[in-house]
Structure formats: structure tokens, C-alpha cells
Design a protein around this ligand. Structure first.
Ligand code: AMP
Length: 202
């Protein structure tokens, strides 16, 4: 990994819609969507790493930083080797990482952050409802429990929100997370399309 990956961070509390927007962006040529939550959920449940993930996620807690970054590097190397991610031509949309200030420091030599899309909502209850709805639809065990959801939101406020202060304020784009999928996508594209066009023009 010689050059740092050109990256936009999808930032926001659980339930803000990072995964939904990331998936939509990932369908557009020139973008590569990577979600650490999806990476963890794709682990073999019986493997050492899979069991470790389950022990944290079932309580709504974060996986330790070093393990997360190591798995992420391994995951990215595989995507490059199989040809699904070409760092020289694609913009990386990173969803769910970094989630602590320490992760931001550990990942700094590996990614060049060109922008941060901060999906936020004033109505916290709307986010909790979204999480509940998704838990039922996707059979997710973590967000099915009220206390796990509350813990995830507390951890976000305590450990993840301060990550925003690591980066220059000019990189942060505030986007209202409440709205239709299409209208939120429109706002997200207004931020990321020019960044991707600039990267593609190289
Ligand atoms: P998500 O789908 O992004 O809400 O993530 C689901 C779970 O995966 C979280 O509750 C954490 O246990 C774990 N996770 C995802 N991303 C990270 C990260 N960057 N650092 C530590 N744990 C993570």
C-alpha cells in the first residue's frame, strides 16, 4: 500500500443511513463502498475473529482498534488483488471507520481524507426507530435489543463523534439524514461527485 487511498468518510450515528447511502454510491462506477460493519458480519461465525466480533457487537460495543485496522487492511488487500477496487481510479467511500480517535491516527498513513459526509438528524428517536426497523428486516441481533441500541448511541457520542475534530473543519459536510433515500442521495452526491471527478481526472 504505497499511495494512500483517496477517501471520503461516511460519518454519522447508527441509524443515520450511512450503509444505505454507501451502498447506493457503490453502484456508481468510480466509487468503491467499504463498510466495516459488513466486513465484520461477513466473518465466519465460528472463526476466532468471528467469535471476537460477536462478543463485542452483541453488547453494542466496538471491536478493539488494532484488530479492526488489521482486518480492514487485509480486506482491502484482497479487494485490490481480486480487482474489485482500483485505488488509482476509484474513490473509496469508507463507512464506519474510523470510529475512535485512535483509529483515525492508526489509519492516517493509509488513507487520504478528501471529504467527510456527516449524516446527522436532530430527531434521535427517528434514528432509534430506523434501527429497530432494520433489525427486524435484516435479522440483526444487535439492534433488536433496546439496551444495545442505546449503548451504540452512547458510544457514538462518547468515542466516535470526537473523531470529527481530528480533521480540518473545511472537510466536513453536514447533511440532514432525515428525508427520502433519493433526496439524501442527492445531497451526498453534491459533495462526493466533484471529489470523484477530480480524482478520476488525476
Ligand atoms: P455498523 O454496521 O457499522 O453499525 O457496525 C456493527 C458493529 O460492528 C459495531 O457495533 C461494532 O461492534 C463493529 N464495528 C463496525 N465498525 C467498527 C469500527 N470501526 N471499530 C470497531 N468496531 C466496529
Amino acid at each position: 500500500m504505497a499511495d494512500r487511498f483517496k477517501t471520503v468518510l461516511l460519518f454519522g450515528a447508527p441509524g443515520a443511513g450511512k450503509g444505505t447511502q454507501g451502498e447506493l454510491l457503490g453502484k456508481i462506477p468510480g466509487f468503491f463502498h467499504m463498510s466495516t460493519g459488513d466486513m465484520f458480519r461477513s466473518l465466519d461465525r465460528d472463526s476466532e475473529a468471528g467469535k471476537k466480533f460477536e462478543s463485542f457487537s452483541s453488547k453494542g460495543e466496538l471491536v478493539p482498534d488494532e484488530v479492526t485496522i488489521e482486518l480492514w487492511q487485509d480486506y482491502m488487500s484482497k479487494r485490490i488483488a481480486e480487482g474489485s477496487y482500483d485505488p488509482s481510479s476509484m474513490l473509496l467511500i469508507l463507512d464506519g471507520l474510523p470510529r475512535t480517535v485512535n483509529q483515525a491516527k492508526l489509519i492516517e498513513p493509509l488513507i487520504e481524507v478528501l471529504g467527510i459526509v456527516h449524516l446527522s438528524a436532530k430527531d434521535k428517536e427517528a434514528m432509534v426507530q430506523r434501527l429497530r426497523h432494520r433489525a427486524m428486516q435484516q435479522n440483526r441481533t444487535d439492534d433488536a435489543k433496546e439496551e444495545v441500541v442505546r449503548n451504540r448511541l452512547d458510544i457514538y457520542e462518547r468515542e466516535t463523534r470526537p473523531v470529527l475534530n481530528v480533521y480540518d473543519a473545511s472537510l466536513v459536510h453536514e447533511i440532514d439524514a432525515i428525508g427520502t433515500m433519493a433526496s439524501v442521495l442527492c445531497s451526498v452526491l453534491n459533495v462526493v461527485a466533484p471529489i470523484q471527478a477530480h480524482h478520476a481526472a488525476g
